[in-house]
Design a protein around this ligand. Structure first.
Ligand code: GRG
Length: 322
């Protein structure tokens, strides 16, 4: 898919989707080479580690994900003139929250999935109780390393930012809304006008996925001591980026292959789930995602060259095939 599309030439993004894909893959590769050893060292076994839990956490956290959230944290830190070292614990913390949410989302009582990041989900590789505990442990661990690793002056603020993004009004609340819609715990939306369905979907996704992206950016800015102006530019980027990501994710569920996406596809339609393509159609969803990517890029144009990776990521997120 990525190979044949033209990407809008906006705020420094290459016109050619193949070149963009190569550049972003390379940049995400740098992030992985920085974050994965940090995660691995953070998870090193101690005499107090419980072997089965330790193995489950490593299975989940070191699996080959894209590391988008750590990338947002590190690139936000760079965009604010900071170093990756200063933002390393924040990058690891957001990935831990993300990994926990995937483990719990895959559970039989939620999405009941067997495949994640191209490998068996945690409850498949281990068992359901271990997967629940693995998610619980990852969530607590995220706050531990954030509290320890952020500069003392901002550690409390950083924990608050992450807690809000992971909590009842964001990640968990969004998941609850999503389940409520799927399981008929809310009013039937069949006859609701499309514009209201879209507004409702946007509210869910802002909570379920957007809030953690925004927190990832905010933590990078906090670690780097970013200015008010830099932080508000990054916040605006995060809002558009989150929705662009979600529309692209919905499109991948319709058009992607299990091998490239690394998880089961076609499940949204199977479950009659409301998604952007099911309401707007494929072409309009794609247009909307591209507009949002442009909005994201334009929100950070004033941050200049240090924000180049974020600009490219926004364009890539809507043209990727995985
Ligand atoms: C269970 C509390 C709780 C929350 C779950 C994030 C979430 C809420 C569920 C994940 C299910 C899902 C597929 C959501 C769609 C968007 C999403 C978060 C996709 C996965 O993120 P990527 O593409 O994954 O960044 P990788 O594996 O590359 O890190």
């Amino acid at each position: 898919m990525a190979g044949c599309q033209t990407v809008d030439n906006f705020a420094g993004a290459p016109e050619d989707a193949v070149a963009l894909d190569a550049q972003v893959q390379e940049s995400l590769g740098h992030v992985r080479s920085f974050v994965d050893p940090f995660l691995s060292a953070t998870l090193s076994k101690s005499s107090r580690s419980v072997p089965r839990l330790h193995d489950a956490i490593r299975h989940v956290l070191l699996a080959p994900g894209k590391r988008l959230r750590p990338a947002l944290t590190l690139w936000a830190a760079s965009a604010c003139g900071g170093t990756w070292d200063s933002a390393a614990s924040a990058a690891a913390a957001v990935e831990m929250i993300h990994a926990y949410s995937l483990v719990h989302d895959d559970l039989p009582s939620m999405d009941d999935d067997d495949l994640r990041r191209g490998q068996p989900t945690c409850h498949r590789a281990f068992d359901e109780a271990t997967a629940i505990l693995c998610g619980d442990a990852l969530q607590a661990f995220a706050f531990e390393i954030l509290a320890k690793g952020m500069p003392k002056t901002v550690a409390g603020n950083a924990c608050e930012v992450l807690a809000q993004a992971a909590g009842r009004d964001a990640l968990v609340g969004g998941q609850m809304d999503d389940l409520a819609a799927e399981r008929g715990w809310i009013e039937d939306m069949t006859d609701v006008p499309a514009s209201e369905k879209i507004a409702w979907l946007e509210r869910i996704h802002t909570r379920k996925t957007g809030a953690l992206f925004s927190a990832a950016l905010e933590l990078g800015a906090l670690a780097a001591g970013g200015s008010e102006e830099q932080r508000s530019a990054l916040a605006a980027y995060g809002q558009s980026f989150g929705l662009a990501f979600q529309i692209a994710d919905d499109l991948l569920d319709v058009e992607g292959s299990e091998v490239s996406v690394g998880k089961r596809v076609g499940k949204d339609a199977e479950r009659g789930k409301l998604t952007f393509p099911s309401i707007l159609g494929i072409e309009d969803s794609r247009k909307r995602a591209r507009t949002l990517a442009n909005d994201a890029a334009s929100a950070i144009s004033k941050l200049g060259t240090p924000a180049k990776d974020l600009v490219q990521l926004a364009h890539w997120i809507v043209s990727r095939n995985h």
